[in-house]
Design a protein around this ligand. Structure first.
Ligand SMILES: N[C@H](CCC[C@H](N)C(=O)O)C(=O)O
Length: 284
């Protein structure tokens, strides 16, 4: 399956117990030559909480389990509906530390309440100790000077959508050194659990282009949580107004965020495609 070109293997863990799959086996399944191939693998399971219909777990191509996946949440809905596992709409799905609400639209688009962005350092996690000109994160965006070549002078936003993101504004995403610099940011010492590195180009106040070097997967054609993080960063920096159309290399996503109201960060609403490419069986 794919959501704007970000591709997934989605496994049915409802009818079979797949909880024993090892990191090496996840890596093997995701391998594009020796396995099936995917940016991430989604494991659909029975819910463990009363306020959710299902649970799903997310594994990057490097085999590591992660907290959140925007494009994956839409593909989860498509899988559940295609497989006849439920006909509820909206669906509520439990991921890592939260429950998402997902609505299927008649045109095939899926709308996801991705929850509120998280700015507290310890919850990202982000260890700002020793970084120059560190501002209190909740009030202002970081301008983190990066000791990289002068292609960019700073990161504009560090936040979590359940998973960590570091976003910067560039003049032209197509010439940005995503493949060279992305891995360095991914492993930047200030991020104890690593980070997804986003590069956004402002087209106008309601439209951006975005590339993301994803933690544990490399550059993907689209990153849903990355699109959410980029829009939140751009709005907080005064560059964008909600809603924002996000052009990724694999397709377009629509992101809406009403900001921080009475000191409370509001939910980010993401709408985008979810496509089944093929289905089959495999030995693990
Ligand atoms: N690489 C991400 C997980 C997948 C997120 C992305 N595929 C999305 O659509 O949000 C991470 O390690 O946090």
């Amino acid at each position: 399956m794919h959501g704007a070109g970000n591709d997934f293997i989605v496994l049915n863990g409802i009818d079979q117990d797949l909880s024993g799959i090892t990191r090496e086996q996840w890596q093997a399944l995701a391998h594009r030559q020796f396995g099936i191939g995917a940016d991430q693998i989604l494991l659909v399971e029975k819910a463990t909480r009363p306020d959710a219909d299902f649970r799903y777990r997310i594994f990057n191509a490097d085999g590591g389990e992660v907290e959140q996946c925007g494009n994956g949440s839409r593909c989860f809905v498509r899988f559940v509906l295609d497989q006849g596992l439920s006909n509820k709409n909206p669906l509520r799905v439990e991921v890592a530390h939260t429950v998402l609400t997902l609505k299927s639209h008649p045109d095939g688009q899926v709308e996801v309440d991705m929850g509120a962005p998280i700015f507290e350092h310890s919850h990202i996690p982000f260890n700002a100790t020793g970084l120059a000109s560190v501002q209190e994160f909740q009030e202002t965006l970081y301008a983190l000077p990066l000791n990289y070549p002068a292609t960019h002078d700073s990161l504009v936003g560090v936040l979590s959508m359940g998973n960590p993101h570091a976003v910067q504004v560039v003049g032209d995403v197509d010439s940005a050194p995503v493949l060279e610099e992305g891995p360095e940011i991914e492993g930047f010492a200030a991020f104890p659990k690593k980070v997804n590195a986003g590069y956004l180009q402002v087209i106008n106040r309601n439209e951006i282009k975005l590339r993301v070097f994803e933690r544990g997967a490399g550059e993907t054609l689209a990153c849903g949580t990355g699109a959410c993080a980029a829009v939140v960063s751009g709005i907080r920096r005064g560059l964008l107004d909600s809603p924002v159309k996000v052009h990724t290399r694999g397709g377009d996503l629509q992101i809406a965020w009403s900001g921080i109201v009475d000191g409370v960060a509001q939910s980010v609403i993401m709408t985008g495609p979810a496509v089944t490419v093929f289905e089959g069986e495999t030995e693990i």
